[in-house]
Design a protein around this ligand. Sequence first.
Ligand code: HEC
Ligand code: HEC
Length: 506
Amino acid sequence: MPSRLAKIASLIVIVVSFIAYVAKAPAFPIASENLLPWSTWFLISAIANLVLWQRVMKLLAFSLLVIWFYAFAASIVPETSTAKVDVANIPRTPEAFVEAGEAIFNGKGKCNTCHTLDPSAPKSRCPDLSDVGARAATRQPGVSAKDYLIESTYEPHKFLVPGYGNIMPPVWKPPISLSETEIETVIAFLQDQGGQVDLTQFEPPVDIGSPGAIVEELPPLLVGDIERGKKVFVDGAKCIACHEVAGIEKPAGQTLDEGVEVVAAPDLSDIASLNSMRYIEESIVKPNALIVTGYGSVTVKTGGASVQGTLLSQENEIITVRVKDGAGVESEIKIPLSELDPEPIEELKNLKQQGYFWIEVTSADTGTKISGDLVEENEENVTLQVGGETQTVSKSNVKVQATIIDFDENKIVGELVSENEDEVTLIVDGEEQVIDTFDIDEGPTYSRAFGKRLDVTSPMPDNFPLLLSVADMSDLLAFMASLTGATEDTVVEAEVSDVEAEETAE
Ligand code: HEC
Ligand code: HEC
């Protein structure tokens, strides 16, 4: 009797573990440590079946074992063999380039991990590229479709699609590391999405083989220890409170420091296969430098009221903000950008960096107001899109408004005419008024323009460099470098290459 039970149990286990293995089910029992992969369960039960059963069932167990062996052998051969495209001798025809570009888009280039090619796909953190071949020509005034696509792949930070953060990696840099020809094929594939494929050869804007480019990409000194880094991630810095990583459970009852709220944050399971270590390091050390679309905090003023929440998306000049009311109930509100209140701007500096997208200035020569979307900015000038054309205004040639509060608590607001150590001259309501500097209590404060802005900040704490010791930080980075979404053996490879990097750095 017991042997019959054992027989049936082993039969059930072999069938279940075989199906689970083929279906790539998570390891069993589910626990963050001590995982037993289904392949191990399968092997144990296969041996039990071979021992316990005779004839027909033995044969069945044996055949399953053979099938499993082939599946297992195939799974340990790196998958790149299917995704790898050889572009060394590719014929220069649109068909060949588009075909190779598609394979790279979905394979080595990892473009499809961020981008979709389906306009009805749910909005993700990256733009859908289904008609980018046509759209590319309209992105920047005076920039052709092809030049735009070249810039998007070589120097994606130069122009950001409105509403999206600066998170696309330059695809020639590690870890993606596409070659010049591979990038050419991807560009052909992108042009094929609604546009014309144009195979005219071009000079890449970045010399990707130059020593400068390589030095910039040297990884940080990853002398850290992955296991210790995992502890920093979970217990020390409590990154796990906001971020998911496959295979790591959130400890129950974890709380963050006062003033820090747990928020939705990107899953980091395969962050290292998409981004360079430099990017990851910067994300931790300076969270505000790069903000992943859909996760940033924003405060905007509209109709005199302030709205604070998470900037979920920006589409067709309308932003969607997720706000929480006093009771903690969340809702989404949509605000057209045109309805934001213009705010006074004191200094005409780094306007884009501060999130300004619309500016109003008054020309000092003509006295006319000029307003429009901010197109370009340099030390001397700002360029605005006014109606159908662009207009460039010198930053030093705008009317300045000054606000002064005197000792009688009078607020005087007027156009600045001149100022020196002794007095400030303003035009208030059409009349010139001279104010003695001895009479000034506060000010003058200046406003050189009015602007509308989206000031997006990261909800991630920015004090990790202070909280973590250098050793903790390098352990943490070593752990982050191991997050490639892959299996244990690629982690070992990452460790080996860290050691190599260390050696070459010495
Ligand atoms: C880590 C995510 C990520 C990966 C990987 C990625 N991109 Fe992007 N991409 C973005 C984001 C975010 C934007 C929008 C911000 C910007 O303009 O840089 C973008 C913008 C673009 C644009 C401009 C789209 C438009 O509507 O104007 C193109 C073209 C593009 N990516 C192509 C590619 C190609 C080709 C690859 C693969 C070789 C790739 N991307 C890989 C995140 C990514
Ligand atoms: C309070 C919640 C919170 C905590 C704690 C937190 N993060 Fe973040 N993190 C975020 C949010 C939200 C984003 C997306 C916005 C942004 O880019 O800053 C983010 C972005 C990132 C990114 C970029 C992700 C991407 O997909 O490009 C990395 C890397 C990262 N965090 C690492 C860490 C590490 C490491 C720690 C611990 C030292 C940590 N975070 C702690 C909320 C948090």
